[in-house]
Design a protein around this ligand. Structure first.
Ligand code: PRP
Ligand code: ZN
Length: 287
């Protein structure tokens, strides 16, 4: 009997490829990732993985060739296909930006008035120009956008910037951010019940991995008369765990803190008498 498998599309190569595979691994899903493979199957989860050009993923998901996809928000908004966004994936953070030659003087978005902009994101650039009342010519190209100003094809480009090294190597500087982006999970709107079941199983794992990354486990010692103040600083998943130390009058406190206000929390713990503070990464967080 052939069991139902969910078909996932991920980027074949490029910025999101490695982190997409890594996320599957962190979800405990083993796939063999041989070079030049077009598709593969997970050995321990009902998942079939297709390796595709990121720009094509929304179309494949709309058509149902793939049931779900891991793809950049930037591509999803540009392609504007009939798909549903399920969740943000927390990796592949970047921005879609306008860049011009490093030697050019830039004062405001007016610089772009009547200029020529090369991009693979014509729709998003058009919206940006409209919002800013700029009239400019959009020159659509599908790759190597960053070389366009150097060869006289355009005055500016609009492309994805993550580390900034592509712009740097091509003598360009970033002048406007059109949108911020990260990898997201998209799905075909018409999944069947069995497919949805697998999707929810996968989503549960992804969310546990994401939560764990955003949180740290903290252990500390404190004199008992300081416990009230310390517990107030540490919300924990329910409430902190308090265990007596061998030395009387002292306790050990365990809790979970969020990465967002991490340093503030540590500082106020110290200021309130906490000692021997240990911070430990969490592998999975099931709630
Ligand atoms: C983007 C963009 C640049 C690169 C920028 O490509 O086109 O080539 O990333 O990254 P950097 O600032 O770290 O140098 P992307 O991976 O989105 O894929 P693409 O080839 O489909 O455009
Ligand atoms: Zn692409």
């Amino acid at each position: 009997m052939d069991y139902m498998k969910l078909k996932l599309a991920i980027q074949k190569s490029g910025r999101l490829h490695d982190d997409s595979i890594k996320l599957l691994k962190e979800c405990g899903i083993d796939i063999s990732n041989g070079a030049n493979k077009l598709r593969t199957e997970a050995t321990n989860f009902p998942l079939e993985v297709f390796f595709l050009r990121d720009d094509d993923i929304p179309q494949y998901v709309e058509d149902g060739v793939a049931d779900i996809g891991f793809v950049g928000e930037n591509v999803v908004y540009e392609k504007n296909k009939k798909i549903e966004i399920v969740d943000k994936l927390g990796y592949g953070r970047c921005r879609l930006s306008i860049a011009i030659g490093r030697g050019q003087k830039y004062e405001s978005v007016q610089y772009l008035q009547n200029r020529k902009i090369a991009t693979s994101y014509p729709l998003l650039v058009k919206e940006f120009l409209k919002k800013n009342n700029i009239n400019a010519e959009i020159h659509e190209i599908s790759g190597s956008v960053e070389i366009a100003p150097g060869i006289g094809l355009a005055d500016a480009i609009c492309d994805i910037v993550s580390s900034g090294s592509t712009l740097f190597m091509n003598g360009l500087k970033e002048v406007e951010t059109v949108m911020k982006s990260q990898a997201i999970l998209i799905r075909n709107p018409a999944l069947k019940e069995d497919e949805l079941k697998i999707l929810h199983k996968l989503l549960f794992r992804i969310q546990s991995v994401k939560k764990a990354k955003n949180n740290k486990y903290v252990l500390l010692n404190a004199p008992n008369d300081k416990l009230d103040a310390i517990v107030k600083i540490l919300p924990g998943m329910k409430s902190p765990t308090i265990l007596p130390l061998a030395e009387s009058g002292w306790s050990s406190v365990h809790s979970v803190i969020s990465e967002n206000d991490f340093w503030n929390v540590i500082e106020s713990l110290k200021a309130n008498g906490a000692q021997g503070i240990l911070i430990v990464p969490i592998e999975k967080m099931i709630i």
